[in-house]
Ligand binder design. Structure first.
Ligand code: ADP
Ligand code: MG
Length: 442
């Protein structure tokens, strides 16, 4: 602790004595063929000693990018990161990161994997062994020292990931969705174990920054939650979590806070964008027509009868934010639902859709698709105009490449193929990669 105060006294750049990290006006873009893709735009945040802070945002909002900047793995296009009063240039000693995927060396044992992190720091072999064994013990991996990653379950592998981060005795621990690749029970066990270590002060870590798209996880673990917007990402709000540990997910106050955050995220994620409508070059989420129809049916049926609380419907359908929001958003764009203050309500069209049979549903979906999704309308228009009524996939992929990164263009086209086939507004031959109006009624 004294160590860290010394750093601050020597360096006037640090504003508060207990500040571990500050991010000032950080922006980051990525180059693509049609110019810069701005992923982070003027992100500001601070971490103080003794805090677990959550960074909550949807998939693609730039969470991993921000964490990689803080870890010194990539640099920001603009802005600065200050770690313990020093401006950060590259990876800093004292900052460790746990990744979503376990990123272990498959040819090394658990013990060797954990020691590997210390080798880079120039720690001698004897001390490496002692410290690695201690970290393995701490995180509950004793007995597995000589196992290879392939012999371990996902949960045990992620424990190795944690041991590798803890063994360097970091001051700041960064975690990038560390539990999201694990099954529900394993994730909860690991979360609780980590919180116990933290609360019993058995870690030398002074602050934790955890990135997640899971609202409940953020409320379960964090002292403070920062909400990150999407496209581009910046901090749109901050939420204090006042509950003592261990927290109870069923506590009404816990549930109210989850609902409140849900409402704030949907307000931001949906209303603003959907009113503008989609454009030809808008990236489309990979949402199946089954999922859309399923949500409409669930909403139409009792007990909801057309109106539901979004967090509740997410729980009912066992969907996480990342899975639910895109479906909700598409229902809004297509005119089947409205969202307000965390509630989703079926429109008249949505209610009709729920009542209709298969063929009527297809017709209705086709009509809404052509009206609301410019890319679907474009495919149909090109097919109408071309003699022979066919067009190769590459025709549209090239057009989309003007707007989207290569992968996103292909993915977006696949989404429209899925919807267009269901709506029978065109046919698509996977083998020939060709659109046509074969078997489509005029
Ligand atoms: P999150 O972790 O919130 O899901 P990411 O930080 O991984 O978001 O990505 C945010 C956006 O930045 C995405 O649109 C992604 O495609 C883009 N992106 C991330 N890394 C790169 C890169 N190296 N090159 C180009 N684009 C990138
Ligand atoms: Mg990520």
């Amino acid at each position: 602790m004294t160590n860290h105060e010394n750093v601050n006294m020597r360096n006037p750049a640090a504003t508060a004595a207990n500040e571990i990290l500050r991010v000032d006006h950080v922006s980051r873009g990525f180059n693509k063929s049609q110019g810069e893709l701005l992923v982070l735009d003027d992100v500001n945040l601070q971490l103080k000693e003794g805090e677990i802070v959550g960074l909550l945002g949807r998939s693609g909002s730039g969470k991993s990018t921000l964490l990689r900047i803080i870890a010194g793995l990539i640099s920001p296009t603009a802005g600065t990161v200050t770690y313990r009063g020093q401006s950060l240039e590259g990876p800093a000693e004292g900052v460790a990161m746990v990744f979503q995927t376990f990123a272990l060396f498959p040819w090394l044992t658990v013990l060797q994997n954990v020691e590997a992190g210390l080798e880079a720091l120039g720690v001698n072999a004897h001390e490496r062994r002692i410290r690695a064994l201690a970290a393995i013990d701490l995180i509950g991996l004793d007995g597995f020292e000589n196992a290879y990653p392939r012999e371990l379950s996902g949960g045990m592998r992620q424990r190795v990931g944690f041991a590798r981060a803890l063994v360097v005795e970091p001051t700041l621990l960064l975690m990038d969705e560390p539990f999201s690749a694990l099954d529900v029970l394993t994730a909860e066990t690991l979360r609780t174990d980590l919180l116990d270590l933290w609360n019993e002060q058995r870690l030398k870590i002074k602050a934790v920054l955890i990135v997640t798209h899971n609202i409940e996880e953020a409320v379960f673990m964090c002292d403070r939650i920062l909400l990150l917007s999407s496209n581009p990402g910046f901090v749109i709000g901050e939420i204090q979590v006042p509950f003592p540990h261990p927290r109870n997910r069923l506590d009404p106050a816990f549930r109210r806070l989850v609902d409140d955050i849900y409402a704030r995220m949907t307000a931001r994620a949906t209303t603003g964008d959907t009113r503008k409508g989609l454009e030809l070059g808008t990236r489309l989420p990979s949402v199946s027509t089954n999922l859309m129809a399923g949500l409409i049916e669930t909403l139409a049926a009792a007990p909801y009868n057309g109106l539901a609380d979004l967090p509740e419907i997410a729980r009912t359908l066992h969907l996480e934010v990342d899975d639910l929001f895109p479906v909700v958003e598409m229902l809004q764009y297509l005119g089947f639902a409205d969202v307000q203050k965390g509630d989703i309500q079926l429109t008249q069209a949505g209610k009709k859709f729920a009542d209709y049979g298969t063929q009527e549903r297809k017709l209705m979906f086709a009509e809404h698709l052509l009206r609301s999704v410019p890319l679907a309308a474009r495919v149909r228009q090109v097919l109408n105009e071309r003699p022979g009524h066919r067009a190769p996939r590459v025709r549209f992929e090239e057009e989309l490449n003007d707007f989207l990164l290569d992968n996103a263009a292909a993915e977006t086209l696949d989404v429209v193929i899925n919807w267009g086939r269901y709506a029978e507004i065109f046919s698509y031959d996977d083998q020939a990669e060709t659109f046509s109006l074969d078997d489509v009624e005029a």
